[in-house]
Design a protein around this ligand. Structure first.
Ligand code: PRP
Length: 176
């Protein structure tokens, strides 16, 4: 089956939005030195661009990885943490969780719960894309790039069948 990629968000629009988000973060974290925590793998390009656009000194950059296809010990509506981080990275620090897309919200909500359990000084969520039509669990997005329709999106870190992460813009997939 051939997949057709339809342009959704251009490189220029992404760049302008990353600048806007970094300015919002610089304003809100003016007197602090936050830790960025990215959710692998999808956030790696967004986090890299966001970090380079921010003026605020970032005290640490960390990554976590979750899987929604977890074991039977994972309750419905929860993802499993397959790569976490140590408590001292989070405890007492200002954490900004960086996510590429909030879809059902399960990945992000689980990540927020996990980070909160380590008692950060503060915890906020910065997400490039929000797809509210698919939401199953509530998530508050403190810093949001774009709201997208209920299509399968790829590019700028987001994959389909492991492909398309390298694309500099965001597309949605039409399959026929
Ligand atoms: C994708 C995406 C988000 C998550 C959102 O990750 O990067 O992390 O799904 O989905 P949700 O809101 O329904 O939980 P995926 O699990 O595909 O892993 P990947 O980032 O490694 O591609």
């Amino acid at each position: 089956m051939e997949a057709k990629l339809v342009p959704l968000i251009s490189q220029a629009e992404i760049s302008a939005t990353v600048s806007r988000l970094s300015q919002e973060l610089d304003r809100d974290y003016r007197h602090r030195s936050p830790v960025l925590v990215g959710i692998l793998k999808g956030s790696f390009i967004f986090l890299a661009d966001l970090a380079r656009s921010m003026q605020t000194p970032i005290s640490n950059i960390e990554f976590i990885r979750l899987s929604s296809y977890g074991s039977s010990t994972v309750s419905p509506g929860k993802a499993s943490i397959i790569m976490g981080l140590s408590e001292e990275v989070v405890k007492g620090h200002d954490i900004i969780l960086v996510e590429d897309i909030v879809d059902t919200g399960i990945t992000t909500a689980t990540a927020l719960d996990f980070l909160n359990s380590y008692q950060p000084a503060s915890l906020k969520l910065c997400a490039l894309l929000d797809k509210p039509a698919r939401r199953k669990v509530p998530v508050t997005i403190d810093y949001l790039g774009f709201t997208v329709p209920d299509h399968f999106v790829v590019g700028y870190g987001i994959d389909f069948d492991c492909k398309y992460r390298q694309l500099p813009a965001i597309y949605y997939i039409l399959t026929e």
